[in-house]
Design a binder for this molecule. Structure first.
Ligand code: ADP
Length: 439
């Protein structure tokens, strides 16, 4: 109980960390995306403003005065005032003309704008520099240029011209865009939070499951190890109390201890096999082979064992497809299945091994007329340490790991293993293996 609560605390903490990291990733992603979008929008806005400014500069430098903000009446050449403003000239542009000393020359043409624009400081240092300036809450993009003495417009000629473009609309648009972007990203980030929460939970499920399996596995393994160790310890302690006795007198204790050592040996080997499958360090030596060749080896010794127990052993292997497998592992698999069939089949029973070709796969079937397996146990028997009848299996020496190893071996061969009833009595283990087709 205590372990369970500790486990769930760790799981919850892990889930929270996972949630935080997914959330932070989303936040970084959205922020970066937002910044990129906003920056590119801002720079394209400024680019289009600057493009207009450029054409304005060109029109001031090259053309005669055609601008609506043309100083007109102040200009010594009044003929220009009749000209229409160039259609390309931006509507929000204001032009300020300064002489060499920085005195504003076109005060009157500015009209009511003068009250605002008079605050502008003339600074030669800003020559040809594009600047964004704010005057009385109004935003301007400006550039100061020096007009050559040969300019057609006598008002500009030889003076400094400050072109100012009102960019309030663009700034407003940018601010609105920024707001919409922030709101959209916030909404999506909240949606992402909900998704992160569920993602964290879903991602934790296999971890929790494998954690649970691992803990159960270690518990079961410890339990299985304890029983033989306790027996051996008991026997050894007993023998120590009788130091004068001969080995022959204690043969029974020694033989029991040896049996337990054997059990321990097979258990540790099985545990090692499973651990190797788990961390994928099992080296499989695949080779192309005919079933007849690899089946002979493990089957023959069983003939004598089964017959000596007054049971019948039938072999009917008729197919010869090419299979791609690790002979040693398949041998281990067959030993597990044949050993079980022998163990769980009483005297006078029959154990049969036969093959089939089904749906382009090779099926090897080990059938017995033994105790059979209930439907509710058919899946479970492939689980680790699962034994249908624990007391009976204790005496038959099983740890409940054989079929778990068998399943791993078959899965490593991209095959499938299942169990079904052998009617009217017993069970049938079906090992299905893919056939290798020669190109
Ligand atoms: P064990 O070492 O206990 O035999 P296995 O993993 O090989 O472990 O088998 C798991 C359980 O499945 C066994 O304890 C037994 O209850 C059941 N079982 C396996 N093979 C057979 C069979 N041929 N007939 C009936 N029951 C079987």
């Amino acid at each position: 109980m205590k372990m369970k609560s500790k486990q769930s605390t760790i799981t919850r903490r892990q889930q929270f960390i996972l949630f935080l990291s997914i959330m932070a990733s989303f936040a970084i992603l959205f922020l970066t995306l937002g910044l990129i979008i906003f920056n590119s929008f801002q720079s394209s806005t400024y680019k289009s403003i600057d493009k207009e400014m450029k054409s304005e500069v060109a029109s001031v430098k090259k053309q005669p005065n055609m601008h609506h903000d043309d100083p007109g009446p102040q200009g010594p050449n009044p003929q220009y005032k009749k000209k229409e403003p160039t259609p390309k000239a931006p509507f929000q542009a204001s032009i300020l003309v300064f002489n060499q000393k920085g005195k504003l020359l076109n005060k009157s043409s500015l009209g009511n704008r003068y009250s605002i624009l008079k605050n502008i400081k003339f600074n030669k240092k800003n020559l040809n520099k594009k600047q964004t300036i704010v005057i009385k809450n109004m935003n301007f993009r400006s550039i100061l240029i020096k007009v050559s003495k040969n300019n057609n417009n006598p008002m500009y000629a030889g003076n400094y011209v400050l072109i100012m473009q009102n960019i309030d609309t663009q700034i407003q648009t940018m601010e609105n865009f920024e707001k919409i972007l922030a709101i959209t990203f916030f909404v999506f980030w909240v949606i992402a939070l909900v998704i992160s929460y569920f993602l964290a939970r879903i991602n934790m499920l296999p971890i929790v499951r494998s954690w649970k399996q691992q803990t159960e596995f270690v518990n079961d393994a410890a339990h299985e190890l304890r029983t033989p160790l306790t027996i051996i310890q008991g026997k050894l302690e007993y023998m120590l109390t009788k130091p004068n006795k001969k080995i022959i007198d204690e043969a029974e204790s020694i033989s029991v201890s040896l049996d337990e050592v054997n059990r321990l040996n097979s258990l540790t080997n099985n545990l090692l096999d499973l651990a190797r499958f788990d961390n994928a360090t099992t080296q499989l030596n695949f080779e192309s082979t005919d079933p007849k060749i690899f089946l002979k080896d493990p089957i023959i010794p069983f003939k004598d064992i089964i017959n000596s127990q007054n049971k019948v052993f039938q072999i009917s292997l008729n197919y010869h497809p090419t299979l791609y497998l690790d002979r040693d592992k398949i041998k281990q698999l067959l030993i597990i299945l044949l050993d079980n069939a022998t163990k769980y089949t009483p005297k006078n029973g029959t154990i049969r091994i036969y093959d089939q070709l089904v749906n382009g796969k090779y099926q090897l079937i080990i059938a017995d007329t033994g105790v059979g397996i209930k439907d509710s146990d058919k899946e479970k028997v492939f689980g680790r340490f699962y034994r249908v009848d624990k007391s009976r299996n204790q005496s038959s020496g099983g740890h409940g790991l054989g079929l778990a190893i068998a399943k791993q071996i078959v899965e490593n061969h991209h095959g499938n293993i299942s169990v079904r009833d052998n009617l009217p009595q017993g069970s049938e283990f079906v090992v299905e293996l893919p056939i290798k087709h020669n190109k």
